[in-house]
Design a protein around this ligand. Structure first.
Ligand code: B3K
Ligand code: ZN
Length: 868
């Protein structure tokens, strides 16, 4: 490669030598040659007379200072250094960019017929030369000029202040954002849309216009997004006392987008996947995803925009906190237990896997080559768990006081993670000194618990040991402050009050040592402990539960999450023992008592259907793989399949009865209806493996009046390899091939096809009229699903899956490095596979490494993986 990419270190942070207080931007939009004029009011903050601006992938047309042409500058691959700066001044820079050729979807690009931008983390530097760092906050005024016919809507951040006609059928609109912001929150959109309009009156009585822009013809798919937005605005006022601060809030849905959505001030740009939904095109999961992402971006207005990050190492300051807020929003609106279960599945599955991979990093990374590589499950999801632990330690009231203090201190500024923790500490008086290690230490702690009951003393002791194994990025680990939530039950299922040293104690133990023992008094019989309730810390729990204890907890634990978790632990025991059986040539075996425990949950009339559905959902192949140092792909797949088949046979009468009883004539998205469909479709996923499965699945597809049930049927046909699979797939494709977003579900089914011919079919599918490798949603649905969700075929011993992945990643390296860098993740974990597979994967990594034009996104990951 031309230049070796350089790493940046958190410890090297330096305040900027110059800042920009005001920025006036003018965009003259053309497909191939857009001219950007940027007039900055520059303030000198140090003695330096050289202003170093960031910039790449554009051409510089002119530099002026205070209206005079300036030629004393140097242009490099990464920016522009302006020499002999006359102190405070007005700096004008004219650049030209090519939106149409911008396939990386960073900076200004074209999505379908519309212009749009994506600037976080460092995309603004592809628009103009600028101080593209989050601690430089300026007031933006933006004028957008474009053809009036093609681009009737010209949008940017803030309030629309002026508009007018220009020559040659063009027009212009001027926007002013009164809130100073870093460049990453800038946005521009120009296009022709259908608009859904509504408004919201804030609690202090201000009216806010709400506008959702969608592709023409999609208006009937925008309602749920609008309802979700209004719910978000209301919820943030009620729970966090936070009100919106502009007169208008706009959301634009675009088809070409590298991630989910972007919280640009007043003008969110969204992947259309997280806006568009109606009952015929979207599943319940899509609806819930839209609610969560709309909420997430809205909540960023305070946690992200009003208080932003000082530098990108602090990313979790806004992301961990905003994920926590969106999780709470979804939990307050829907089922708290089901939300918690799904969030915990993400941590225990892919986040733990990331911690154990060559990309392991703390939630606040210390070293970064490409910032886009750090929008990770660790920063987001584990970051949210860290906020949640503080919430657990402080309680809601003190936590909210901490939030208030945080805003009092930092509103309108760029802050650090340390600032956040200090505010929480100062507002509550809770000592978070040792807790701060969660920000700097990577890896997953393993917490091993043992217990002892003393009949004579009536005491019960829990000895808790914690150990975080070394990770690639960090060899030395220290004990963390772990909030460890427990409950003890007597044999009848009554809660035993917790008492230590003669005093009543709460459920949350403060575990701070490598090893410590908690002794509980007045325990009159040997209890069953419920440990790490609510998953009170992102750790791996080890406790030697008997089957009977787990079955007891499944029905007696007070807390729904703990019941689910007991079921998962029971399944885990059987999955592990059966993997060993299968590896030794034995058969899969499950005790009748275990089957009965699941039968009990299935038949319960006290539990919510949505919750029962979660209890009956087996852990994914990926999650199970994470339990092993050396993964036996086929044995795990075999065991998961056989457990499914066994439960299906043993419980077929009950499954079938419940399946029929939950039939709904009309589709609504009320939470209870979603829960009933979830349970019904889980039943179907088991019944698909029984004799009548083929008929039942076909009939559900035929009779379905909504996308949730349609996709559920197709998914069953896929996973159970039913004969009807092909005809259902064909029917669906005939119906939807004009709509890429709806076809994504079909592409995912092709990607996860368990058939041994899957890879050939996938290659052919790439010629489907609805597929384009240029569109990240399509690529993730088909190819991402194959790499991440089809373990047996992807890891086929022939190495064909790896070669295919290598080819695709090489192609995307040139066209869209961010997407390439997401796709490569499963290859980074090659050390977990057998020697032949390792060699085959390494071959692909080496071939990428040798590319002349290797993007720094891939450079960073490939090198780390090969170093490991
Ligand atoms: N802040 C954006 C993510 C930007 C990703 C840049 N590669 C969306 C979000 O977290 O809300
Ligand atoms: Zn976010």
């Amino acid at each position: 490669m031309a230049h070796t990419p350089q790493a940046k270190y958190r410890k090297d942070y330096q305040a900027p030598s110059f800042t920009i207080s005001d920025l006036e931007l003018t965009f003259n939009l053309f497909d191939k040659e857009t001219t950007v004029t940027a007039v900055s009011t520059v303030k000198q903050l140090s003695d330096s007379t050289s202003l170093v601006l960031d910039g790449e992938s554009m051409s510089l047309k002119e530099v002026q200072i205070n209206g005079e042409v300036w030629s004393d500058y140097q242009l490099t691959d990464t920016g522009l250094t302006i020499n002999a700066m006359p102190g405070d001044c007005e700096l004008t820079i004219v650049t030209q960019v090519n939106p149409e050729e911008n396939s990386a979807l960073e900076g200004l690009y074209k999505s379908g017929g519309a212009f749009c931008t994506q600037c976080e983390a460092e995309g603004f530097r592809r628009i103009t030369y600028y101080l593209d760092r989050p601690d430089v906050l300026a007031k933006f005024t933006t004028t957008v000029i474009a053809d009036k016919n093609e681009y009737p809507y010209l949008l940017s951040n803030g309030n629309r202040v002026e508009e007018g006609e220009a020559e040659s059928g063009r027009h212009w609109v001027k926007w002013q954002d009164p809130h100073p912001k870093p460049a990453y929150l800038f946005a521009l959109v120009a296009g022709d849309f259908d608009v859904l309009r509504d408004d919201y009156v804030t609690k202090s009585g201000r009216k806010v216009d709400l506008e959702i822009f969608v592709d023409k013809g999609n208006l009937d798919r925008a309602n749920h997004a609008m309802v979700s937005l209004i719910n978000s605005m209301k919820w943030d006022e009620e729970r966090f006392n936070l009100e919106y601060d502009l007169d208008i809030y706009m959301i634009v849905a675009v088809d070409f987008f590298n991630m989910g959505a972007m919280e640009n001030k007043g003008l969110n740009v969204f992947n259309s996947k997280y806006v568009l939904a109606n009952d015929q095109t979207a599943t319940d999961t899509d609806y819930l995803g839209i609610e969560a992402v709309i909420g997430h971006e809205y909540f960023h207005n305070w946690t992200g925009n009003r208080v932003t990050c000082r530098d990108w190492f602090q990313l979790s300051l806004k992301e961990g906190l905003t994920v926590f807020r969106d999780q709470e929003f979804s939990s307050d609106l829907g089922s708290r237990a089901v939300n918690r279960i799904n969030n915990v599945r993400i941590i225990r599955g892919p986040q733990f896997a990331e911690d154990a991979s060559p990309m392991s990093h703390p939630i606040r990374p210390d070293k970064v080559i490409e910032m886009n590589n750090f929008y990770t499950l660790t920063v987001y999801e584990k970051g949210s768990e860290v906020i949640r632990m503080m919430h657990t330690l402080l309680g809601e009231k003190a936590f909210q006081q901490g939030m208030t203090l945080y805003f009092e201190r930092h509103d309108g500024t760029a802050a650090t993670c340390e600032d956040f923790v200090s505010a929480m500490e100062d507002a509550s008086g809770v000592d978070l000194k040792q807790f701060r290690l969660w920000y700097s230490q990577s890896g997953t702690p393993k917490v091993t618990v043992s217990s002892e009951y003393n009949q004579d003393e009536k005491t019960y002791s829990l000895t808790i040991m914690q150990l975080t194994s070394p990770t690639l990025d960090q060899k030395e680990k220290q004990p963390l402050h772990i909030p460890f939530d427990i409950e003890l039950y007597d044999q009848l299922g009554h809660v035993i009050p917790l008492q230590c040293n003669g005093l009543k104690v709460g459920n949350v133990l403060n575990v701070t040592q490598e090893q410590e023992t908690f002794v509980f008094e007045n325990v009159t019989s040997k209890p069953v402990p419920s440990l790490l309730r609510e998953f009170s810390a992102p750790v791996i729990l080890e406790y030697d539960y008997s089957d009977d204890e787990l079955i007891f907890l499944m029905s007696h634990a007070q807390n729904e999450f703990a019941r689910w978790d007991a079921g998962q632990m029971l399944l885990a025991k059987y999955i592990k023992s059966n993997v060993a059986n299968v590896q030794n040539g034995g058969a899969v075996n499950i005790e009748a008592t275990v089957v009965d425990a699941f039968r009990g949950v299935l038949l319960s009339d006290k539990l919510e259907p949505a919750f029962i559905a979660e209890v009956l959902s087996l852990p994914s192949h990926n999650e199970v793989s994470g339990w092993y140092e050396a993964v036996d792909v086929d044995a795990i797949a075999d065991v998961l399949k056989q457990i499914k088949v066994t439960l299906a046979k043993e419980l077929s009468d009950e499954l079938s009865a419940i399946y029929y009883s939950l039939n709904q004539s009309e589709y609504t998205i009320e939470h209870s209806a979603i829960g009933q469909r979830a349970l019904r479709n889980v039943c179907l996923s088991y019944l698909a493996h029984t004799d009548g499965g083929e008929t039942l699945v076909s009939a559900q597809y035929e009779n379905s009046n909504n996308m949730t049930d349609t996709i559920a049927a197709m998914n069953c046909a896929n996973m159970a390899k039913l004969k009807c699979r092909e005809s259902l797939m064909e029917d669906y494709s005939n119906k939807w091939s004009h709509d890429g977003l709806v076809m994504d579900k079909w592409f995912t089914l092709q990607g996860t096809n368990p058939s041994s011919d899957a890879l050939n079919i996938i290659k052919k599918t790439m010629d489907h009229s609805a597929f384009s490798i240029k569109n990240p949603n399509r690529t993730r649905s088909l190819i991402g699903a194959f790499l991440n969700g089809n373990p047996v075929q992807f890891h086929d011993k022939s190495g064909e899956g790896y070669r295919f992945a290598g080819e695709i990643i090489r192609e995307l390296n040139s066209s869209n490095p961010q997407v390439a860098s997401r796709l490569i993740d499963p290859l980074l974990k090659y050390r977990k596979y057998d020697a032949e597979r390792q060699a085959l994967i390494k071959e692909q990594l080496e071939s990428l490494k040798s590319l002349d034009n290797l993007a720094k996104d891939l450079y960073e990951k490939v090198n780390k993986a090969l170093e490991s």
